[in-house]
Design a binder for this molecule. Sequence first.
Ligand SMILES: NC(=O)c1ccc[n+]([C@@H]2O[C@H](COP(=O)([O-])OP(=O)(O)OC[C@H]3O[C@@H](n4cnc5c(N)ncnc54)[C@H](OP(=O)(O)O)[C@@H]3O)[C@@H](O)[C@H]2O)c1
Length: 252
Amino acid sequence: MILDRFLLTDRVAIVTGASSGLGVSFASALAEAGADVVLAARREDRLKETAARVEQTGRRALPIAADLAEPADADRVVERAVAEFGRVDVLVNNAGIGTAVPALREDIEEFRRVLDVNLTGCFAMARAAANAMEHGGSIVNVSSVLSLTTAGLPQAAYSASKAGLNGLTRDLAQQWTGRKHIRVNALAPGFFASEMTEQYPPGYLDRQIGRVLAGRAGEHEELAAALLFLASDAGSYVTGQVLAVDGGLTIA
Ligand SMILES: NC(=O)c1ccc[n+]([C@@H]2O[C@H](COP(=O)([O-])OP(=O)(O)OC[C@H]3O[C@@H](n4cnc5c(N)ncnc54)[C@H](OP(=O)(O)O)[C@@H]3O)[C@@H](O)[C@H]2O)c1
């Protein structure tokens, strides 16, 4: 059955940034598809709430408090995943932060912090996970439409980090698809409600929706469905790609 290709029965997935927003939906979707899910972020109380959602599906959850700007924390997350669940098959590099500051006023340390979480942190997690993916696997980096276009706010650090993530995706795919049987792809979401989008200035989202061909923001499940495609055997011949899930924003 073609639908079986979307199943992740008894596989182990790690979702970073699983304490709020899209990461919660990704974790739930992976569990519904049959995976045990390791949940990493800084806010442990919120991770426990996500763990409860995963466990409601009958799958196991492992919440781990971690600051993924620290490469040692990335190693620790993967080590604990292997110690508890015995393997790693899927990594969703979803943790991310954003700033919206005019470039002339952007603090260099703040710029570096965005790169540390959104780009270097994803590299550290990908490397640690790849070492543990003994049966091959799938890595999905959560990029952004801001890696491909602009959207009216001053977001140099964020846009640079996400464009860098697309480059990282391409090169890791080149290095690992054939040699390690690990596919590496990116999702480029458009607008989806989350704690990050709650920080937008008043009226901003309404103005931007005018650029979206679908005429609305996305629903979390619309993005989670694309994640399942890339994470599972449904996407077994897809690697090195950036898949925009944006209601047509980037081609309008
Ligand atoms: N929502 C959208 O419309 C949209 C569009 C394009 C791309 N994205 C991308 O989607 C991803 C998820 O964002 P979201 O919209 O769901 O926003 P969100 O609700 O703010 O989620 C961000 C997540 O990243 C985690 N995080 C941040 N810094 C971290 C760190 N140093 N170490 C570990 N975890 C960290 C946060 O957890 P803690 O605070 O608990 O650490 C949180 O779970 C991000 O990469 C974002 O760039 C979102």
